[in-house]
Design a protein around this ligand. Structure first.
Ligand code: NAD
Length: 455
């Protein structure tokens, strides 16, 4: 089927309303659950073939988190989908007022390669639970996983509910020219702009889950052992190829030396300095990205690490001495390189951060409530953690999304349901009473009465 025919087919099926009842939505969610449970091995192997991600990491981040999300939706769907009975206003009295939760229709979900299953299936849970049908476009860079996703979806789902289009720029451009009812995009800010322009042509609503340079601020009063361990945990997972990985450390100058020393110990504990044969460590996705990261190392002052292996596409976790003008501070790193920048006082650090594009995440290590409040209130960022990295995105009760250049809209848990739902307001008026007051002819007495009533 061509892309155009597939979209027409899905739109027709949506209009027939075959799958938007609550029982059908739950059936689809359970089918997705079954697909993941019955194919755990195949999914983890495909991801390993694409970029050597360890089984433990694939299972936790690509399968367990989605199963958890599905269960959360199954448990709460009845409550979320129920129309809200809302109050009256003085202008509408007497009447009954309800907000209905309607599916949007046929939605397009475009994924990135770094969590190739998670980034297509996580939004899909919201799309299905809200009663939509969907087309997935997984990233072409995770070749094996993209093919497996297509194969599995075809085995488990009717194309009227869910279909997969594989491909790169041309296929995505063709998808973007179709009359979808929503586009959910995960990827770079550069492509985010292309998606939003295409969507604007047809006034299609978008959610953009983008990236950016997420800082980890380490204040002078921070527990340095914990800060180092948790920052490197967030930076080495998936070899730093995570949208919310701490991109750089911004540390108070008084504790930098200690942070560097502790970091060296932490890294040797984590990996016993074995990244190259790395059973526990992920490869860089392809040679383009490998070379991009190698170039960054060559142009930087390395404090620790810096070893690379072209054959296996492994790059050692690498600590880099940097300042705001360093080349490595220009773009999102998306790899296991961690620049360390220092600050003298918090005002200077805040000023620098506020001037930059707002990041998807921000991490702050401090024992001070005042410092915590100051950063949260004054520095814009999508979401983040205090004395922790990354974990905020695993709680379905927290909306996940960016701000400005790091994206728009949010999802996870109920926010995913809302992301694929439109609110439809309905006011129901009784036949009686029907006072003449609001009907023409209007005279000055009526206006006087109205003003009295509104006081
Ligand atoms: P990307 O923007 O290159 O690609 C994302 C998707 O867009 C892919 O499916 C690709 O086929 C498609 N695409 C690429 N070029 C296109 C074009 N010219 N026209 C239309 N479609 C095009 O991103 P990526 O390299 O796959 O992923 C890395 C980026 O994604 C990083 O910036 C990262 O921070 C971000 N990201 C964000 C999140 C999040 O949840 N916010 C999660 C993962 C990754």
């Amino acid at each position: 089927m061509t892309i155009q025919k597939l979209v027409e087919h899905q739109k027709k099926s949506f209009q027939k309303g075959d799958f938007s009842s609550l029982s059908k939505r739950k059936e689809s969610l359970n089918t997705l659950k079954k697909l993941l449970q019955e194919n755990e091995q195949e999914i983890c192997s495909a991801i390993r073939e694409d970029f050597g991600k360890p089984y433990f990491e694939s299972y936790t981040s690509e399968i367990a988190t989605i199963l958890h999300e599905i269960d959360h939706h199954l448990k709460n769907l009845d409550k979320w989908a129920k129309p809200d009975q809302v109050g009256n206003s003085i202008f509408t009295f007497p009447s009954r007022n309800k907000v209905y939760k309607k599916p949007l229709g046929t939605v397009l979900i475009i994924g990135a390669w770094n969590y190739p299953v998670h980034l297509t299936f996580q939004p899909l849970v919201g799309a299905l639970s809200a009663g939509n049908n969907a087309i997935l476009k997984p990233s072409e860079l995770a070749v094996q996983t993209s093919a497996l996703i297509k194969d599995l979806v075809e085995q488990y789902f009717s194309p009227s509910i869910l279909a997969v289009v594989e491909g790169a720029v041309d296929e995505t451009q063709e998808l973007l020219s179709q009359p979808f009812d929503k586009i959910f995009f995960t990827g770079s800010s550069r492509v985010g702009k292309i998606v939003m322009k295409a969507a604007a042509e047809q006034l299609i609503p978008v959610t953009l889950e983008l990236g950016g340079k997420s800082p980890a601020i380490v204040h002078s009063d921070a527990n340095i052992e914990i800060a180092s361990k948790r920052i490197w945990w967030g930076k080495t997972m998936n070899a730093g190829q995570i949208c919310v990985a701490p991109d750089f450390v911004l540390i108070h100058q008084s504790v930098k030396k200690k942070f560097v020393e502790v970091s060296q110990q932490v890294l040797s504990q984590f990996y016993n300095n074995d990244y190259i044969t790395g059973e526990n460590y992920t490869q860089i996705i392809n040679y383009d990205h490998f070379e991009r990261l190698e170039n960054l190392i060559e142009q930087s002052e390395v404090i620790h690490g810096g070893t690379t292996n072209r054959e296996t596409r492994f790059i050692e976790p690498t600590m880099i001495q940097a300042d705001w003008d360093s080349v490595i501070m220009e773009e999102e790193i998306f790899g296991p390189l961690l620049p360390i920048l220092t600050y003298k006082n918090l005002d200077e650090a805040k000023e620098r951060l506020i001037k930059r594009n707002s990041p998807l995440a921000l991490y702050l290590f401090t024992e001070s409530q005042d410092v915590e409040s100051e950063i949260i209130e004054q520095v814009p960022f999508g979401g983040g953690c205090i004395n922790e990295t990354i974990s905020h995105l695993t709680n379905p009760n927290l909306p996940f999304g960016g701000v400005g250049h790091s994206g728009m809209g949010a999802y996870h848990g109920k926010y995913s349901f809302d992301c694929f739902t439109r609110l439809q307001s309905v006011l129901k008026k009784p036949i009686w009473p029907d006072p003449d007051f609001r009907y023409p002819p209007i005279d000055t007495d009526k206006l006087k009465w109205l003003k009295k009533l509104l006081k």
